[in-house]
Structure formats: structure tokens, C-alpha cells
Design a protein around this ligand. Structure first.
Ligand SMILES: [Zn+2]
Length: 115
């Protein structure tokens, strides 16, 4: 019978950065087995029932999360950069238009005015 598993238990790390493995029925086994991360013996089990030190699981998830956040940030930064580039290009066009007299930029910035 298939064991029921939540969506990506490995990806889950609470905001505190500390897992709650206080339920011995879920996270404690009588017989020690090698931790899936450091291979050291442990009686602890993760959400998937795999032997794992709590600290190892936390470190693993923190790393994974940091990686995911980094990837997300990089994507966001690239999008920002694209927008910035487009904006900068537009400003340059406006400036050129200003310099050469009555361009589209002259009309598009009404009353930015004095301080
Ligand atoms: Zn370990």
C-alpha cells in the first residue's frame, strides 16, 4: 500500500529554519540506520520515513531553499534589467529629442518642474 506523501516534503522548511520532528511516531525509529546525508547512524526519520539527522535535513533544506531563492532572484533581476534597459533606451530617445529641439520628449514630460 502506497504511503501517502505531501507535496515535496523535502522542500519544506519553516520560516524559523528549524523542523518540527517532535512526533516520535513519525520521526523516531527503534533501530538506527545511516543518515541519508552524512551516513552517520540515526534513529530519526524524515517526513518520508528515511533515516536522517534533523540537523542534516535542516541544512539540506536550507541549502535547497537558498538555491531556489537565488534562482528566483536571478530571474527577477534579469527581468528588472530588461525593463531598466528598455527604460534607459526610452530616456535616451527623449533626451536626444530634447536636445534637438521639439521632439516627442518635450511634450511627454509636462510640469516636472522646479523644486
Ligand atoms: Zn546526518
Amino acid at each position: 500500500m502506497a504511503r501517502q506523501r505531501g507535496p515535496g516534503p523535502d522542500d519544506y522548511l519553516p520560516a524559523s529554519g528549524v523542523l518540527d520532528w517532535t512526533d516520535p511516531k513519525r520521526h523516531w525509529a527503534q533501530r538506527p540506520r545511516p543518515c541519508r546525508f552524512c551516513k552517520g547512524p540515526t534513529c530519526l526519520r524524515d517526513e518520508g520515513g528515511r533515516p536522517s539527522h534533523k540537523t542534516c535535513a535542516e541544512a539540506h533544506r536550507a541549502r535547497k531553499q537558498a538555491h531556489a531563492e537565488q534562482a528566483y532572484e536571478q530571474r527577477a533581476r534579469r527581468a528588472d534589467q530588461r525593463e531598466l534597459d528598455a527604460h534607459t533606451r526610452q530616456e535616451r530617445i527623449d533626451e536626444d529629442a530634447d536636445r534637438s529641439g521639439r521632439g516627442p520628449g518635450a511634450r511627454r514630460r509636462p510640469g516636472r518642474g522646479r523644486l
